[in-house]
Design a protein around this ligand. Structure first.
Ligand SMILES: Nc1ncnc2c1ncn2[C@@H]1O[C@H](COP(=O)(O)OP(=O)(O)OP(=O)(O)O)[C@@H](O)[C@H]1O
Ligand SMILES: [Mg+2]
Length: 223
């Protein structure tokens, strides 16, 4: 699916009263099936931007279009359905639910239809090497295992857009590479659009387009 933004801006009102602009007039156009990496220093606004593109947060101004649909002009139930059917999101800090097992966490995005996703969840447990951990709780997993569970959860609905915020952050090289491979292969298999945020130059180099951000702006767009 294609993702476009038109003059997208986001600001927060700080306690002192002044607005702080976190994203400034962001214009992007990501073609369907394209793999894109956002890079840039800490605080540049990368997570804020992909949370908006993943329809989990709203811009203050401007538009985000998915396959031409002006998402934030549509109802909350549209946003919800769009997320459920088409979007997979791997968070910067995996956000696994501590009272749910690995298998249950993977099924969270499709909880109301979880029976239909039994085979898919088993397939993802195998792909992520977590079958033997499926009945364990997140606190019983290593960092890399938690990251892999978060990836499986992002892929449960075979999304047409995959967002991954620092998917290989804090992982050793080998585990990081296994996650990278899974992400890139899953996107390719499903002809999904892949939007990554990463500080890892090697991973960024494996995508079609690298977009550098600084101070809430896009400063360089390289294909
Ligand atoms: N809820 C909020 N209220 C106020 N300011 C916020 C809020 N969320 C984020 N910010 C600010 O927005 C800026 C951008 O944050 P963001 O998390 O998007 O950065 P990032 O580029 O993802 O950084 P990192 O590489 O460290 O993850 C930061 O200065 C942060 O303090
Ligand atoms: Mg971030």
């Amino acid at each position: 699916m294609r993702i476009q933004t038109i003059n997208l801006s986001k600001s927060y009102t700080k306690r002192a009263g002044a607005d702080v602009e976190i994203l400034k007039n962001i214009r992007i156009d990501i073609a369907s099936g394209q793999k894109v990496a956002f890079t840039g220093p800490s605080g540049a606004g990368k997570s804020t931007l992909i949370h908006i593109l993943g329809l989990m947060d709203r811009p203050t101004l401007g538009k985000a279009l998915i396959d031409g649909k002006d998402c934030f002009a549509l109802s909350d139930s549209f946003l919800c359905a769009m997320r459920k059917e088409n979007i997979g999101f791997m968070f910067q800090f995996h956000y696994l639910l501590s009272d749910f097992t690995v298998l249950e966490n993977i099924l969270i995005p499709v909880w109301n239809d979880k029976k239909k996703f039994a085979a898919r969840s088993q397939e993802l447990l195998e792909k992520t090497g977590l079958t033997h951990r499926k009945n364990h709780f997140p606190s019983e997993l290593s960092g890399g295992e938690q990251q892999r569970a978060a990836l499986a959860r992002a892929l449960i609905n075979s999304p047409k857009i995959i967002f991954a915020d620092e998917p290989t952050g804090n992982l050793d090289r080998e585990t990081g590479e296994a996650i990278e491979e899974l992400l890139l292969n899953s996107a390719a298999e499903n002809k999904a659009t892949l939007v990554l945020v990463t500080h890892n130059e090697e991973l960024a180099a494996k995508t079609d387009v690298q977009i550098k951000m600084k101070d809430g702006k896009i400063i360089c767009d390289k294909t």
